[in-house]
Design a protein around this ligand. Structure first.
Ligand SMILES: Cc1cc2nc3c(=O)[nH]c(=O)nc-3n(C[C@H](O)[C@H](O)[C@H](O)COP(=O)(O)OP(=O)(O)OC[C@H]3O[C@@H](n4cnc5c(N)ncnc54)[C@H](O)[C@@H]3O)c2cc1C
Length: 405
C-alpha cells in the first residue's frame, strides 16, 4: 500500500474524467447514461460560456451522436448550418458536393457551433444525471494504479476559494481529456510526437458575405489557399494560407494585409472585407501541426481527444474525431466494468487509434499542406475527405450497434 492510499478517498466512482472541454463532458455523459458512476474534474472555475470559443464544423454523423443525447435543439439554435463544399482551383470549379446528396447521411447539413455552446449543452445534460458529479477548480497532481483501479490526487488550481472539489478520487478507469498539454498523460508517462506541417495560415472572423450559399468555400490557386466557412451570428471564419513571400507582410500588416492578398483570389470577398473592416477581428497566425500519443492507454488511464491526438485544423476533424472517440471509449469502459473483463476496454484503442492515425497520414501526405511548391490541384482537394466528413467510421458504427466487441 502506498502512502497516498492510506488516506481516505473523497469520491469513489467507475470513471473519473479529467478535463472540462466538450470531449470530456460528452464522454462523461455517455458513461453516466450507460449506468456508470462518473466524476468530471476540471481546473477551470467555470466552463466556457455559451457563444464563446471557436466554432468548429460538426459533421452530420457527429450531430447524430449528439442528437441521441438530446442536445441537438440547443446546438441548432446556436449554430449555423453548412450545406456542403465548393472547391475552386486556378482554372475554375474542381468539385462541388452537398451533404444532402450523400447516401444515408445522418443530417443534410453540417453545423458550425461555438465550443462554449456545445460545452453548456453537454454540461446541462450531465448535471441532470444522478450518477454524475462535476467538480471544478482542481488540477490532477498524482496518479497511482493497482489491479482494481486508479487513485487520482488533485490540488487546487487557480480558482476562487469557494471552488469545491475532492482531493482524491478512486475510479475503475480514469480518462485524460485534458487537452493537448494533458497533465494526466504526463503523469502516466505517455510520450507524444509532434509534427509541424510547416505552412502557416492566418485566421480572421468577419461578417458573412451576403447572398452566398452557406458552404465551405475553398480556393487554391497554389501555393496559396483560401478557406471561408459560415459561422453563427451571420459571421464567417476566413483562413488564408499565403505563399512564402507574402508571410512577412501578413505578420506586420494583420487583417489589412490579408485583405490585400486575397484580392487576387476572391475580389468580391476582398471588397466585402474592406467595407466590413470595423467589424473584422485581428488576424491570428495558426501554425498547423499534428501530434500523436505513443499509446492511448496506460493501465487504467485512457487518453481521449487532444490528449491523444491532434489533426490539421483545416481538415475540420479535431473535435469530430474526439467526440467519436468519446462514444467508443464510453462503450468499451461500460463493457469492461459490467462484464468484469478488463480486456474489453482494449476495444477503444483498437478501433479508434488506427482510424485517427490513418486520417493523420492522409493529411500529412497531402502535398499542399506541407509544401509551397505543390502543383495546383486538378481535382477537389476535399474528395478524399468527403467520406470522413459524412460517415461514421464503420468499425465504430459496428461497436455501437453490436453493444459488444
Ligand atoms: C481555429 C480552429 C478551428 C477548428 N475547426 C475545427 C472544425 O471545423 N472541426 C473540428 O472537428 N475541429 C476543429 N478544430 C479542432 C477542435 O477545436 C479541437 O480538436 C477540440 O476542441 C479539442 O477538444 P478537446 O476536448 O480534446 O480539447 P480542449 O478543448 O483543449 O479541452 C481540454 C480541456 O482540458 C482542460 N485542461 C487543461 N489542462 C488541464 C489539467 N491540467 N487538468 C484538467 N483539465 C485540464 C481545459 O481547461 C479544457 O477544458 C479547430 C481548432 C482550431 C484552433
Amino acid at each position: 500500500m502506498t502512502t497516498s492510499e492510506q488516506k481516505p478517498v473523497d469520491a469513489e466512482v467507475d470513471v473519473c474524467v479529467v478535463g472540462g472541454g466538450a470531449t470530456a463532458l460528452f464522454a462523461a455523459l455517455r458513461c453516466a447514461r450507460s449506468g456508470r458512476t462518473v466524476i468530471v474534474v476540471s481546473p477551470d472555475a467555470q466552463f466556457e460560456p455559451a457563444g464563446a470559443g471557436i466554432s468548429p464544423l460538426l459533421a452530420p454523423p457527429t450531430l447524430g451522436l449528439l442528437a441521441a443525447e438530446g442536445v441537438e435543439e440547443e446546438l441548432l439554435a446556436g449554430g449555423q448550418r453548412v450545406l456542403g463544399a465548393d472547391d475552386y482551383g486556378p482554372a475554375g470549379l474542381l468539385s462541388r458536393w452537398r451533404y444532402a446528396d450523400q447516401p444515408g447521411i445522418a443530417r443534410p447539413y453540417g453545423l458550425t457551433v461555438p465550443t462554449g455552446t456545445l460545452v453548456q449543452a453537454l454540461l446541462r445534460a450531465l448535471r441532470a444525471e444522478p450518477a454524475a458529479a462535476v467538480r471544478t477548480g482542481r488540477t490532477v497532481t498524482a496518479v497511482d494504479q493497482d489491479g482494481d483501479g486508479v487513485l487520482l490526487t488533485f490540488a487546487a488550481a487557480e480558482a476562487p476559494a469557494s471552488a469545491q472539489g475532492p482531493d482524491r478520487v478512486r475510479a475503475r478507469y480514469a480518462v485524460a481529456a485534458d487537452g493537448r498539454r494533458s497533465a494526466l498523460r504526463e503523469l502516466v508517462g505517455i510520450p507524444v510526437r509532434d509534427s509541424l506541417f510547416g505552412r502557416p495560415g492566418w485566421l480572421i472572423a468577419a461578417p458573412v458575405v451576403p447572398d452566398r450559399e452557406p458552404v465551405l468555400l475553398v480556393r487554391h490557386p497554389a501555393p496559396q489557399a483560401l478557406f471561408t466557412v459560415p459561422t453563427p451570428g451571420s459571421s464567417m471564419a476566413v483562413v488564408w494560407c499565403p505563399d512564402r513571400q507574402q508571410e512577412q507582410a501578413l505578420a506586420q500588416g494583420g487583417a489589412q494585409a490579408l485583405v490585400e492578398q486575397v484580392k487576387a483570389v476572391d475580389p468580391e470577398l476582398a471588397d466585402w472585407l474592406t467595407g466590413a473592416a470595423e467589424r473584422t477581428s485581428p488576424a491570428f497566425r495558426i501554425d498547423f501541426s499534428m501530434w500523436r500519443a505513443a499509446s492511448w492507454r496506460a493501465g487504467r488511464v485512457l487518453l481521449l481527444g487532444e490528449a491523444a491526438h491532434g489533426l490539421h485544423t483545416l481538415g475540420g476533424q479535431g473535435l469530430n474525431q474526439s467526440l467519436h472517440s468519446a462514444v467508443s471509449l464510453a462503450r468499451a469502459v461500460h463493457e469492461a466494468v459490467t462484464g468484469g473483463d478488463g480486456s474489453r476496454v482494449d476495444a477503444y484503442e483498437r478501433i479508434r487509434r488506427p482510424y485517427v492515425e490513418r486520417l493523420q497520414d492522409l493529411q500529412w501526405n497531402t502535398p499542399a499542406l506541407r509544401s509551397y511548391s505543390a502543383e495546383p490541384p486538378e481535382r477537389g482537394a476535399h474528395q478524399d475527405f468527403i467520406d470522413v466528413m459524412t460517415t461514421l467510421q464503420p468499425e465504430l458504427a459496428a461497436q455501437l450497434a453490436a453493444g459488444t466487441v
